[in-house]
Design a binder for this molecule. Structure first.
Ligand code: ACO
Length: 324
């Protein structure tokens, strides 16, 4: 860490979920599936699906950001950087971050998107942490926002039942208390594994997006291995013991992967924030959505140690230790 560098503290969280809820029973009307299979294999019971007209990725990101700003007691003009993690931007360009800047009325500032699929929010958090530690920014909106529904093959039951739409945001703030804030982040990617989880076509812009294709069993195997390895790495790097972790806030892809990770940490499931059952896999939005839920329902309290981890397309994988 840089000498006398400020720490990057989570000063506020927020989220947005589309109005429309689609249950497993609704899914069974579209593809040959059933609630029992989906719950047993994944833990998912329902997901939110964005309205194709107005619930764009930028809109959802802005709504989540407004709530995070309110929670942090900051105004749009206090923000000096916006970093959005998304794999489903509304347009190839401008970035979702630039659109959020305009929608919120943030004065000209640093604004860009990060693309690391389900690991995207932790990539964005890591970049934002470095902006703060190098004193390049003081108040950063870090957002994960996804409209996965537009890159789903709605005829493919092996993928369409897994995903949902939404956005989560945090305000990361420069702070003098170096015991709080982002303690460590670790980012990884191995593009040689691209073929087991990818989209079939172009960018995620309306109309010409490719669709998600996944070799679920292979992704599952790598997810379990990477989750275990990166937990060991980050705890060692930060000199933090397993017993010090109060909450696991994982990417929400599959309950079996999450419970495996919790078990390895020796954490009971009561110390894991789960939103998968009602959100499905919202890719880069899933961790900030879970974080916001844990904060707003009072489970996550100031001073507690959070471990976040994710595996996604790329393959990418990432972890973060944060003292809230
Ligand atoms: N409903 C009913 N049956 C189904 C469904 C469905 N929705 N989907 C598949 N099946 C059937 C299959 O056809 C297969 O039938 P068969 O035995 O007659 O051939 C059977 O169920 C078993 O299918 P599997 O694919 O072997 O099921 P598995 O236990 O592997 O579970 C799952 C699939 C849930 C996708 C799992 O592999 C998984 O969670 N993988 C990891 C996903 C993940 O972590 N993704 C990472 C992030 S995503 C991102 O980055 C964008």
């Amino acid at each position: 860490m840089l000498h006398d560098a400020p720490s990057a503290v989570i000063a506020g969280t927020g989220s947005y979920l589309p109005v429309k809820v689609m249950t497993n029973a609704d899914m069974a009307k579209i593809v040959d599936t059933n609630d029992e299979w989906i719950v047993a294999r994944t833990g998912i019971k329902a997901r939110h699906i964005a309205d194709s007209e107005y619930e764009t990725t930028s809109f959802m990101a802005s709504e989540a950001a407004k709530k995070a700003l309110e929670a942090a007691q900051l105004k749009p003009e206090d923000i000096d950087a916006i970093i959005v993690a998304t794999t489903t931007p509304d347009l190839t360009f401008p970035s979702v971050a630039a659109q959020v800047q305009a929608m919120l009325g943030v004065p000209p500032c640093v604004a860009f998107d990060v693309q690391a699929v389900c690991s995207g929010f932790l990539y964005a958090l890591s970049v934002a942490d470095k902006f703060i530690k190098t004193k390049s920014a003081e108040n950063i909106l870090v957002i994960g926002a996804e409209r996965m529904s537009k890159i789903l093959d709605w005829n493919d039951r092996t993928t369409c039942v897994l995903f949902g739409d939404g956005a989560g945001a945090v305000v990361l703030k420069a702070h003098g208390d170096t015991k709080r804030g982002v303690i460590a982040t670790n980012l990884y990617a191995d593009g040689r594994l691209k073929d087991i989880l990818l989209t079939s076509g172009g960018t995620a812009t309306t109309g010409d997006a490719g669709m998600i294709q996944m070799q679920g069993k292979d992704v599952f195997k790598y997810a379990v291995t990477f989750m275990a390895e990166m937990v060991d790495d980050i705890l060692k790097q930060a000199d933090v013991k397993r017993e010090e972790i109060n909450w696991l806030v994982p990417h929400q892809a599959n309950l079996r992967i999450i419970s495996g990770a919790a078990q390895k940490l020796g954490l009971p499931m009561e110390q894991v924030i789960i939103t998968l059952d009602s959100h499905g896999n919202t890719s880069a939005a899933s961790i900030p959505l879970a974080l916001d839920q844990g904060v707003r329902d009072g489970r996550i309290k100031q001073g507690q140690m959070l471990l976040m981890e994710a595996v996604g397309g790329g393959l990418t994988w990432a972890s973060a230790l944060v003292r809230y």
